[in-house]
Design a protein around this ligand. Structure first.
Ligand code: HEM
Length: 463
């Protein structure tokens, strides 16, 4: 039962609200396989009946069952469920526009242009994303088929699904990205859920503190000490948040191949040690997860496996990027205490990274097999524009914020198609001018993940 108190909630309220917050958002599910299933709702009445049934089965943040089910709705989905125009207008504009309409801001052009997106992603037909997780791909597939058969009886059609799973790093056995890096490691810690492991929250003197929950939840106090804006009426927003889904293909063979070329250009050698150094410079961590900020010259598995050290750095002692390049993926997407060219509160630019990898791993040394693989990216934020879009547009696709040329993009995920620059201070030849594009967005959408009471309220037509 939701407490009836009005006014902003704080970290002290969080634990008592976990049974109303959808699971898998604030904390990751301990799961091996999942499917993101996208639906189109046919009409208001049967759509509400479908949602009412799902809302009764949604997994909360207070549970950790073997199988989980969660629901998020796009702006078109809220419309299809009959929310009034006034209520819809109270949602942020970028959410109402949807991800495809924001392509110019996000850098989704060329092969990543929404015209090329798959499965109807980015069109007005994507109304709901149902995320299911479970122990293995077969269980997930059977469950998805049953859910979609049920949905059809309510005029709700599955338009697309993306199956994803944990990919294990062949060296460490840890979850990893297809490119071969342990991932995720760094995630923002949230006040009210426990202490911050070193590096996981915000700098606080010599230590770290967890971030205010309003950075990731609507209706809670944020880093400004204010309640994060919610749609109206406020019960609709309470315990809800926004979820960014972004499917991004990874060119693993092209990436591996480039490591040789890049290492040769920077150091005049492309033996394994130099290829690994190239890989580390691109991300800002050795593939084991050990950060360049703590061990710039060689991988250190002891640091990688120590939760108190693996994320405990802030770049303050590396203003020129001699240890970790200013433009490395890690440093751009969370610059910590790096010197920035404009005043920005970096604690308000954090995102929770969820999601898993789609497609089978490409065996080491194998040529490209033509099979699609990549990241089914899920990013949880209270403000899509200030957090996700800002990082993607200002930090991933540009360089001037950190003193690099304005067109120097993220070496891992930037759209470096026609040759891209990467500055690697300290290398024999510290500039690369021929970076390729390794990641291509294949679709995505902005969703609202309501609190469970609000989800039931939407299904009951209360808004
Ligand atoms: C295919 C796409 C992507 C791949 C392969 C990828 C890979 C990685 C890897 C290997 C790490 C290091 C592990 C860690 O520190 O947790 C990382 C960290 C991170 N990535 Fe990505 N990433 C991708 C897309 C994105 C996007 C689209 C964003 C945001 C717009 C993003 C934001 C971050 C952030 C915030 C961190 C943690 C930085 C820190 O706290 O120090 N990534 N990513």
């Amino acid at each position: 039962m939701l407490d009836q108190r009005t006014g902003p909630r704080t970290a002290a309220d969080l634990k008592a609200n976990l049974n109303d917050i959808q699971g898998g958002l604030l904390e990751e599910y301990d799961t091996l396989a999942c499917s993101y299933v996208f639906y189109r709702i046919g009409d208001v009445a049967s759509g509400r009946a479908w949602l009412a049934d799902l809302a009764g089965r949604v997994t909360s943040a207070a549970e950790g069952p073997e199988r989980t089910l969660n629901v998020a709705l796009s702006a078109n989905g809220l419309k299809a469920l009959g929310l009034s125009d006034a209520v819809l207008a109270s949602f942020p504009q970028v959410f109402r526009e949807g991800m495809a309409a924001r392509a110019h801001r996000l850098g989704d052009s060329g092969p990543a242009d929404p015209a090329n997106w798959e499965g109807g992603l980015g069109t007005p037909d994507i109304h709901a994303m149902v995320a299911i997780t479970g122990p293995d791909a077969i269980t997930i597939d059977q469950w998805r088929q049953a859910l979609s058969a049920d949905a059809r009886t309510r005029q709700v059609e599955e338009r697309h699904h993306v199956d994803a799973a944990v990919v294990f790093d062949r060296r460490s056995g840890c979850p990893s990205a297809h490119f071969g890096y342990v991932d995720p490691i760094s995630q923002p810690a949230i006040a009210g859920l426990g202490d911050a492991a070193p590096g996981d929250g915000a700098r606080d003197g010599d230590g770290w503190r967890p971030l205010a929950p309003g950075e990731f939840l609507l209706g809670y106090v944020n880093e400004l000490g204010e309640a994060t804006a919610t749609p109206t009426p406020s019960e609709l927003g309470l315990n809800g948040t926004f979820v960014v889904f972004r499917k991004a293909a990874q060119d693993v063979a092209g990436f591996r191949d480039y490591l040789k070329q890049g290492a040769m250009a920077l150091w005049g050698a492309y033996d394994e040690a130099h290829r690994e150094k190239m890989a580390a410079k691109i991300v800002g961590r050795w593939r084991s997860g050990c950060p360049l900020a703590l061990s710039p010259d060689h991988d250190d598995p002891a640091i990688a496996s120590d939760p108190n050290r693996v994320n405990d750095f802030d770049y303050a002692d590396d203003p020129d990027g001699l240890k970790c390049p200013l433009g490395a993926h890690l440093r751009r997407t969370n610059p910590r205490a790096s010197r920035l060219t404009t005043t920005i509160d970096v604690n308000r630019k954090r995102i929770l990274r969820r999601g898993l990898e789609f497609g089978p791993p490409l065996p080491e040394g194998a040529p490209d097999d033509g099979i699609a693989r990549g990241q089914a990216g899920v990013f949880v934020v209270a403000d899509i524009e200030l957090q996700f879009e800002f990082i993607q547009a200002e930090w991933v696709q540009k360089g001037d914020f950190i003193g690099l040329p304005s067109d120097e993009k993220d070496p891992l995920i930037g759209t470096n198609g026609n040759g891209g620059q990467f500055t690697v201070p300290g290398a024999d030849m510290p500039f690369l001018f021929d970076l390729r594009q390794f990641v291509t967005v294949q679709g995505g959408e902005y969703f609202f993940a309501p609190g469970i009471t609000a989800l039931k309220g939407i299904a009951a037509g209360n808004f």
